[in-house]
Ligand binder design. Sequence first.
Ligand code: C5P
Length: 242
Amino acid sequence: MTVAAVITAAGSGTRLGAHSPDGTAPKVPVPKALVPLEGRALVAWAASRIADVAERIVVTAPPLAVDAVRSALVEAGVDALVVPGGDTRQASVAAGLRALMLDPDDIVLIHDAARAFQPTEVMAATIDAVHAGADGAIPVLPVVDTLIGAPGPDGVIGDPVDREGLRAVQTPQTFRARVALDAHRVAEAHGTPPATDDATLARALGHRIVAVDGHEWGFKVTRPSDLPLARHIAQSLSGGRA
Ligand code: C5P
């Protein structure tokens, strides 16, 4: 039984905007995974943290950036196999799971490179929950915003939604390997619209997925306004202050 990880880093990062190291927009977009923070690519931050809890790591990269992602990981001293991702996150995860060649009893973490600063304590808590008997475990946070139904074409807002009954989902999403493999095999076979996370696929098959406490630092680096916080955390970690 080993603990392994898939890091999904094959997104284009179009919502983030393309940032060169000096913050100006380059002519050729930089994939999100390669956005530099304190001299280290976003994907390398994610991989170096997950290396604390996983013995084997596969990273899915944009097909045109496989070599660049590999170089970024080597530069950061992270040992990982880099494979091309798919058209959707779900397809990228499936490619990563195939490359890991898992035994059914292994434990596998599926983690978004974009959540590069999720503390290792949260990752360890998901692994502990699977060791304790859950089929899968995911980090969640309470929802802080007021929620409503989307406005109609006339601009009139929909019904309020009780946020107390909701949670925001983070990664890593951690499973007994047989559960993750089963979930992705069935999803691929059925050709249903791609899911945005893996727990949804596993839960749909009746697997028992539990929640652990997530962390603010597990936010997904998505928009340009996320970059100052990401830089701040990277600086804290580089300086040994966090
Ligand atoms: O697009 P979104 O922000 O939901 O992506 C979540 C994660 O999935 C990111 O780390 C992104 O790099 C990854 N992804 C992927 N393959 C895709 C699309 C997204 O690995 N085709």
